[in-house]
Ligand binder design. Structure first.
Ligand code: NAP
Ligand code: ZN
Ligand code: ZN
Length: 357
């Protein structure tokens, strides 16, 4: 075993602190990755504070991992030492259910092995004796089939958030066929939202940001948004009723879905990717205008690779603020206040060999 420094939440109510974990020497099919950067997703905060239930402590968050291959197993063919790679929200899945066969491992019928707060697999089955630990650490051992190639043209720290924020927004935009000239609204301009804006623009859409933060106007336009509307006073919902083909909702806190559905054109679709607590939904919000409401969970391995290549081709990368590991608890507070442009990324070199930052 490789003793590896990390940072963990000791419980739902305590700040993150240094913690040591074991990583494996890679077996025949695995690669060992030296983690260089790890993005800070709002899901990390939800999980570290047990806001969804089911968190197990200590919990090492982090699923926007980029780094370099440090070692490969004897039967690894696709990767070599020094390759620039990424790991996203899951590190394994059953590999034989319909979803896995379709390359949609995130919907694995037996449950994917999440990158943290989950279990690795033994003989294909989730093994409760083998917990997973996330990317707030200096290395990770992963099966070769669950590793992504990060194009060299994307600055590494700006590539990290693509592994969750990027794919989570890319997948529904693609699945709904967003194209040149479509009117798209992105609700919530945070880590996911800012990627939604960049990706929808790169697909040719006319993009409007719907935000509850008036102070984000200038930077939204700099990101490429065509319009910026503040949702706080509520008049937006009357003035822009029935205008959008597609709405991508990335908001992490409770809000009224019915109001946003009213902004869709006849036959339009709204996709939820933000994960606040359950919200009341009125049937009339959908029935009037034959609107569709659906959800979307990250993306499969093949689609994540497609997204990374799309980003390289279109010059898309995340806007980041690189932090030292020891700043993580402050970063969580700032993220809650919406005070991040637009993703914190941990420089894992600041973790230190003993786990002390
Ligand atoms: P984030 O960076 O904190 O951004 C969330 C944004 O939501 C904020 O920037 C803010 O945008 C808006 N918001 C926050 N509080 C609000 C409030 N009280 N009322 C209205 N809007 C508010 O978070 P993130 O990392 O992008 O994650 C967003 C959500 O997606 C989280 O719930 C996360 O767990 C979830 N998620 C889902 C998936 C998936 O696969 N579906 C993957 C990753 C993350 P404005 O200031 O512009 O209003
Ligand atoms: Zn995430
Ligand atoms: Zn499966």
């Amino acid at each position: 075993m490789l003793k590896t420094p990390a940072w963990a939440a000791p419980s739902a109510t305590e700040p993150l602190a240094p913690f040591a974990i074991d990583r494996r020497e890679p077996d025949a099919h695995e690669v060992l990755i030296d983690i260089r950067y790890c993005g800070v997703c709002h899901s990390d905060l939800h999980m570290a504070r047990d806001e969804w239930g089911g968190s197990r402590f200590p919990l090492v968050p982090g699923h926007e991992i980029v780094g370099k291959v440090a070692q490969v197993g004897s039967e690894v063919t696709d990767w070599k030492v020094g390759d620039t790679v990424g790991v996203g929200c899951f590190i394994d899945s059953c590999r034989h259910c319909a979803a896995c066969r379709d390359g949609e491992e995130q919907y694995c019928e037996e449950g994917m092995s999440l990158t943290y707060n989950s279990y690795e697999r033994t003989d294909g089955k989730l093994d409760k004796t083998r917990p997973t630990w996330g990317g707030y650490s200096t290395r990770i051992t992963v099966d070769q089939n669950y590793v992504l190639r990060v194009p060299e043209s994307i600055p590494l720290e700006r590539a990290a958030p693509l592994l969750c924020a990027g794919i989570t927004t890319y997948s529904p935009l693609r699945r709904h066929g967003v194209k040149e000239g479509d009117k798209v609204a992105v609700v919530g301009l945070g880590g996911l939202g800012h990627m939604g804006v960049k990706l929808a623009k790169a697909m040719g859409a006319h993009v409007t940001v719907l935000s509850h933060s008036p102070g984000k106007r200038d930077s939204a336009l700099e990101l490429g948004a065509d319009e910026f509307l503040v949702t706080r006073d509520g008049t937006v919902f009357e003035e822009h009723a029935g205008q959008f083909d597609f709405i991508l909702d990335t908001v992490s806190a409770e809000h009224d879905y019915n109001a946003y559905l009213g902004l869709l054109k006849r036959g339009g679709s709204m996709v939820l990717v933000g994960l606040p607590d359950a919200q009341p939904l009125s049937a009339g919000s959908l029935i009037r205008g034959r609107r569709t409401l659906s959800g979307s969970l990250i993306g499969g391995i093949a689609e994540t690779q497609e997204m990374l290549d799309f980003c390289a081709e279109h010059g898309v990368a995340s806007d980041v603020e690189v932090i030292d590991m020891a700043q993580i608890n402050k970063a969580y507070e700032r993220m809650l206040k919406g005070d991040v442009r637009y993703r914190f990324v941990i420089d894992t070199a600041t973790i230190g060999n003993d786990g002390q930052a």
